[in-house]
Design a protein around this ligand. Sequence first.
Ligand code: ZN
Ligand code: ZN
Ligand code: FE
Length: 736
Amino acid sequence: MNKLENIKRIRILVSGLVQGVGFRPTTYRYAHEFLLSGYVSNTPEGVTIEVQGISKNIDAFVKKLLSSPPPLAKIIDFDIEQINTEEESDFVILHSSSYGNKKAEISSDIAVCKDCLLDIEDKTNRRYLYPFTNCTNCGPRFSIIQDRPYDRNQTSMSVFKMCEDCQKEYDDPKNRRFHAQPNACPKCGPSLILLNSTGSVEGNHDDLIGRTALLIKEGKIVAIKGIGGFNIVCDPFNNNAVQRLRFNKNRPSKSFALMAKDLMTIQKYCYVSDKEQQILESKETPIVLLRKKNNLLDSISIDNNYLGFVLPYTPLHHILFRSVDVLVMTSANKSDEPIAINDEQINFLMKEKIVDNSLTHNREIINRCDDSIVQVIGDKLQVIRRSRGFVPAPFNIGATTWGNNLSMGADLKNTFSIKKGNKVYISQHIGDLNDLRNYDYQKEEIEQLSKLLDFKSDRVNIDAHPGYQNYDDDYNKVYHHHAHVLSAMAEHGLLGKNVLGVICDGTGYGTDGTIWGFEFLEVESDYRKFKRRHHLKQFLLPGGERAIDEIDRIAISISSKTERSIFIEKTRQEQIMAILDKKINCIKTSSLGRLFDGVASLCGIIQKVNYEAQAAILLQRYAEFFNGELKGAYTVLIDNEELNYEPMIKELIADINNGVTVEEIAYKFHVWVVDSITSVINKIKSEYVVFSGGCFQNVLLCNLLEKKMICFDINYFFNNEIPINDAGISLGQSLL
Ligand code: ZN
Ligand code: ZN
Ligand code: FE
C-alpha cells in the first residue's frame, strides 16, 4: 500500500471573533502537535487554514481547534473542504491578505491579563512598570483600529516601529506576543506625557505616574488618558476636590464612578456577590453598581444606596494604584458632550479649568468608547451602558427577513445599530442627542463603523417621535415601546411567539401622538405589529417639557383640588392649576417615569431635578430604607384598558397627612406598581412576558416584581445584555 493514500489536505474557513485573539499561534501550535504541514492566514473574512497530513491527525487537529480555541476567540462559522495535496514539509503563518468582504469580527478592548501584570511587576523584565504592556490575550483593540483586517498598519500603533526585541516576539509563534498588533516596550512603544498649566513635565513613566498620584493626593483634578477616552480623576476623600469637580462638571448630585485598587478595597464600602465579583474581574471590566455597606463615600453618591466601582483595566491604572486605594473615575467632559479623546480636547478642559493636570500619551484613540456600566439583579446581569469591553461584538438575532439596515435609536442614551443579515452591531454609548456635539459624534461613528463593517444600506429606521434629532419623513418609523419590546424578544429568542410586553419607561412617542410610558403591548407572531392592550390612565404635563425638571407641576396634575400635598406652596399650586385649567402647553402622558416624579414631589422628597431620573432614584432610595411590615396596599383599579392611578394617589396623600413615614410610602408605591403589573398580566394570560424600559433599572422594583412573578406559570424575561433603557432601542428598531 502507498503511504501517501492516507495523506489528505483540507482548507478551513473560520469566521467570527478570530482576529487579535491569538488564533493563528494556537493553530500553529496544534498543527505542530499533530505533525501537519500547511499554513494559517488572516483574511478579511476571518482566518483561512490549510492543513495536510495523516487523516486521523487532521481529524484530531480539527477536534482540538474546535474544542479548545484561544480563550478570547468566538467561532461563528467553520467550513471545511477537502482539496488537493501539495508538496511541502512545514506549517507556516502567512502574512495577512486584504481582499474580499470584511467578515472577521473586530475584538473589543480587553483588560490587561495576569501574565502582562507579572511582566510589569518584575524588576528584571524589560517591561517593568511599562504602562502600555499588552499581548495577544489583552490590550486595546476596537479603540485603536482604523480598518480591517486587524493588522498593525491598520491601527494607531502603525506609527511605532517595533524594536528588535519586540519584533522577535511578534514573529515567534511560540511567544505570547506573536502577532500582538499593539505590541510595544519602553524602547519602541508609546510614552506618557504629564501636562500642567504651563507645559509638560519631564520624567520616565514610573516617575510621571508617581507624580500624578501625588497631584491627586494634593487635591488636584487630573485627566488621565485611558483606552477609549480620558477619565477625570480625583481623591474621593478630599471634599474640596470632589466639590470642585461637581461644580466644574455642573453635576451637583449625580453619582460618580470609582476605581479601586482591588476587590478587598471595594468590599470596604460595598457588598459584592460572587456574580458581581466575577463581572468586576471579567475581561470587559465594566463599572458595576454595588449596594453600599456604609456611608463612607456618600459625597460621591448622594441620591442612592449604590456606588459604581470598576477595577483597574490597563497597566497604567495598575501602576497608579501602587500608591492609591480609591479614585473618582468619571468621563472627561464638561457636562454631557462626547468624552475627550485627544490632546486638543484635553487642552480645552485645562484652559477652562475643568481639570488641573493631564496624564496623556501618544497612542491615538481612533474609536471613542466610554466605560460600560452594569448591575446585577437577583443573579442576572443588567447592562446599563454597553460600551468599552463589549462593543463591537454583534448579537445574533435569527430573524433575517428584512436584510440590512441602519437604526438610529432614541435621543436619550443614544446608540445606533447596524444590522447585517442576522447580526446586529450596537454602537458604543453616544449620549444625549439634544447636545448637538453628540449628534455630530453619532454621524462620525456611523461613518466609521460602516467602514469597519463594510456596510451599506438605504434602509434607515428611526424613532417615531417627530421632535427627535434624526426624524425624517422618508425614514422608516418605529414606535419607541414597540422597539423596547422587540429588543427583549430578540434577546430571548421570542420573535414569532405571542408575547406580552410590559413597558415601564420615561418617554416614548405613541401611536396617538401622546407620550407613552406605562404600557402593556401585545406582539403576535408577526412581530412587526403590536396591540396596545392596557396603559396607565393619562394625565397632563402642565407646561410640557418644563414639567420634566419642575416635577411639582406633575404632583399638582395627578392630585385633586381637595386632596393636595402639603409640600407645595399655595401660590405655586395656583399658578400650576391655572396652566392646567387653561390647558396651556399641556402634554398628555401615560409615563410611569413621570408618575414616579409626581409621587416623589408629593412626598416632599424633591421638587426640581437636576438630572434625568433623579426623582425616581431618590424614591427608590427612601423605599429601600423601609424595613418594617407593610400595612395594607394602595388600590389597583383597572377601568377597561386604563390603569387608574387616582385611588392610589388619594390614599397616598392620606398617608402623608396621617404622618406615615416617607420610607413606607415610597415602598408602598413600588408595591403598587408591581401589583398593577401583575394584575394586568393575570388578566391577559400570555404565555410569554417581557419587561423593558428605563424604570426597570430600579433594583427594588425588579426584585419585588420577580418575587410575584415566580408564583405565575409564565415565562418572563427582562433585558440582560441589551440595555433595558433607551440604549437598547436601536437594536429593537433594527428588527423592522
Ligand atoms: Zn497580556
Ligand atoms: Zn520594543
Ligand atoms: Fe424608553
